[in-house]
Structures are given as C-alpha cells and as structure tokens.
Design a protein around this ligand. Structure first.
Ligand SMILES: Nc1ncnc2c1ncn2[C@@H]1O[C@H](COP(=O)(O)OS(=O)(=O)O)[C@@H](OP(=O)(O)O)[C@H]1O
Length: 359
C-alpha cells in the first residue's frame, strides 16, 4: 500500500508580499499554506471490499463486471453502480462526512473535466499564496489530482477520512459520488461539471485503452447505455446535481465542459464568485484570470513533468491519459450514426421535461 503524507509548509513571505497588491478583499483561501504530496488517488484500497460497513453488507448488493477491470466490480448501492471498493465511501460520506460551511466540493462523473476543474478551482482559491504566473506554483510540479483531496478514496476505509479534519478552511475536495451520497447538512458549496454524454463515453473508453489497448468501444458503450457503468446511471448522476442546482443555486453550481471550452475566463469568474472569492478590479487588470486559464490549459498541464510521466498508482493508469484531446465532438470519430442516435434517444428520454438538454 502506498504511503500517503500530507505536508503543509509555511509560505514564503516574499510571495505574500508580491501578492498583497492584487489580493482580493475578504477571506483568503489557502493563506500561508501549500498543499504538497497529497496523492489520495494513490491510496485507493487495492483489495476488494466485501465486509460489513455500518450494517450494509457490500457483498450482498447486486453486482456487475466493471468494463476493463478484472480486479474491481460494480455494486448497485441506492440505485447507483459504484466501484465495489467505493461503496464503503458512499456509506461513510453519507453518515460521517461533516461539511464545513466554507467547504468547496468539485463533483463530476469521470471523464467530464474533473482534472481541469480541480486545477482551475485550486488555482483560483490558492491565488493569493500562488499567483498563477509564479514559477513555484504547485500545478507546475503536482498533478491537479494531487492538489485536491479525493473524498471517495478518503472515505473508502482505513481511517483515512480523519486526514480531512486537519485541513485548514476553506477546504477544496473532489468526488465522483452522486449528489444523493453527499450529506445535506453543512451548506457547503458544490461545483458540478457535466459533459456531453457521447464525448464522455469516448473519453472513458480512450482512458481505459491506455491500460488495455485492445478494449473494444462497444463494451464501454453498452455498459454506459444500460446505466450499469461506473457511478452510473449517468442520467441520474447528472439529474441529481442539476435538480440540486435548481433548488439550491447558492450551494450547487452546474458547469458545462463545452461552455468551459468556449469561455474559460467567463467560467473561472463565475466559479470565483460562487466560492466567495471574486476577482478584484486590480486582479482583472493584472491579468490574473488570464493567468489561471493559461496555467490550467490542456497544453500547460500536459507539459508538466508529473503529468507526462508516471502512473495514477492505485489505478495503474498512466497520468498522461488524463490529458488527451480536450475537445467537444470527438464522438463523431468513434460512433456510428446508429450508436449516436441510440445515446441521444436515451438522453432525450431521461432528461425530458427537466429543462436540461445537450443540444
Ligand atoms: N485542461 C484541460 N482542458 C480541457 N480538457 C481537459 C483538460 N484536462 C483534461 N481534459 C480532458 O478531460 C478529460 C478527462 O476527464 P477527467 O479529468 O474528468 O478524468 S477523471 O475523471 O479525473 O479521471 C479528457 O478528455 P478527452 O480528451 O476527450 O479524453 C481530457 O483530455
């Protein structure tokens, strides 16, 4: 098992002095601290979990194979197909996670822009300690997933969730769990990123192929359409956060990957306002938003050493597989018209009368 360490280091006072002029008014996230060596993905339990977790017998839940994995399977818990190793995380999150009012949680289905949004949120919230143009920015030596703790891995067992308690406020974390698995209380802020389902399907398949090059697209496609895919059904995952964003707009921000591609700066401003640290006029004039967008662009992240080399240890996937094409519409290169129509029909049917569309 990988050893995890969370190191909080005092910030360099010169950096603070340089930033003072452009610092926003109000609470300053990440003041005096730097997140380092937080690779919570690497701590995912390798063993399968079939024990009793708080009176839910994981091995008694309905199961299906997980496409592309011989080690893990999916279990249906409260209507969602979760990786078996993460069912205890869903239970633990619901029962024991105590959000703080100023927590920020990034939520998504896998392959919807999680890595990008993690990077943007981290760079935005940590900008006083780390100006985006700074040569010592954590995103120049750590992967975005190393900068943002992964709730699903932390709550998967082994007492790791206690590590969250020592993080100073405001905490930034991420999850792939459905909205239904998050506790209601606490009033923390959740930022969800949603992506066109056909592109998400292609991205997931390509990611899996980085480990299993021969994997046919059809297996991934069929499992997604059936609903029994990792964290699926995808329509229920999306709708859970969509409805929450409509009911509690001050708590849940619903972002779209395609809109982020079209207007990254506008969406970063929206994100900053939502998490309570809007950009000041001085910051706008100093090009801070532009700097964050550039730092977190696919080209920049892809060129960082840690993102080019090495593996997401617990998952054995190469990190570079997280930074592929980053475009909208790649589905057209991999789906037949019939496959595309089938998925569009599923989406139209499931999202009917919800106000959410992908057209
Ligand atoms: N900076 C940036 N800008 C635009 N797009 C980006 C960026 N970083 C990652 N990506 C693209 O996001 C896809 C990976 O999805 P996730 O980050 O959600 O994967 S994961 O859930 O964290 O495993 C994957 O999409 P595809 O290229 O379509 O496969 C990545 O290329």
């Amino acid at each position: 098992m990988h050893t995890l360490s969370i190191t909080w280091q005092s910030n360099n006072s010169n950096t603070m002095a340089t930033n003072a002029a452009s610092a926003p008014a109000g609470p300053i996230p990440f003041k005096d601290v730097v997140v380092d060596n937080v690779d919570l993905v690497a701590t995912m339990p390798a063993e399968r979990s079939s024990e009793d977790h708080d009176d839910v017998l994981v091995s008694a839940l309905p199961s299906k194979p997980m496409v592309g994995s011989t080690q893990n399977k999916l279990r249906c818990y409260l209507g969602f197909w979760l990786p078996e190793t993460f069912v205890p995380a869903a239970i633990g999150l619901q029962r024991r996670f105590v959000p703080r009012p100023d927590d920020v949680i990034i939520a998504s289905l896998p392959k919807c822009g999680t890595t990008w949004l993690n990077a943007l949120a981290f760079a935005t919230m940590a900008r006083r300690c780390y100006p985006p143009a700074g040569a010592d920015h954590p995103l120049l030596r750590l992967s975005p997933h190393q900068c943002v703790p992964f709730l699903d891995a932390l709550f998967a067992g082994g007492g790791r969730e206690a590590r969250l308690d020592v993080l100073p406020s405001p905490r930034l974390m991420y999850t792939h769990m459905p909205h239904e698995m998050l506790p209601r209380a606490g009033g923390c802020r959740v930022v969800y990123i949603c992506r066109e389902p056909k592109d998400t399907a292609v991205s997931l398949w390509q990611f899996r192929r980085s480990m299993h090059p021969e994997l046919p697209f059809l297996d991934t496609f069929e499992s997604i359409c059936s609903g029994a895919n990792t964290y699926g059904p995808f329509w229920d995952h999306i709708l859970g956060y969509w409805r929450a964003s409509e009911s509690w707009p001050e708590n849940v921000l619903f972002l779209r990957y395609e809109k982020l591609l079209r207007d990254p700066a506008g969406n970063v401003r929206k994100l900053a306002r939502f998490v309570g640290v809007p950009f000041s006029e001085a910051e706008e004039e100093a090009g801070v938003v532009r700097g964050i967008v550039e730092l977190c662009s696919l080209g920049s992240l892809r060129s960082v050493e840690v993102n080019r080399t090495g593996y997401m240890d617990g998952l054995k996937f190469p990190r570079k597989a997280l930074f592929r094409k980053g475009v909208a519409g790649d589905w057209a290169n991999h789906m037949t018209p019939e496959m595309a129509r089938r998925m569009d029909d599923i989406v139209a049917d499931k999202l009917r009368a919800t106000g959410l569309t992908f057209q």
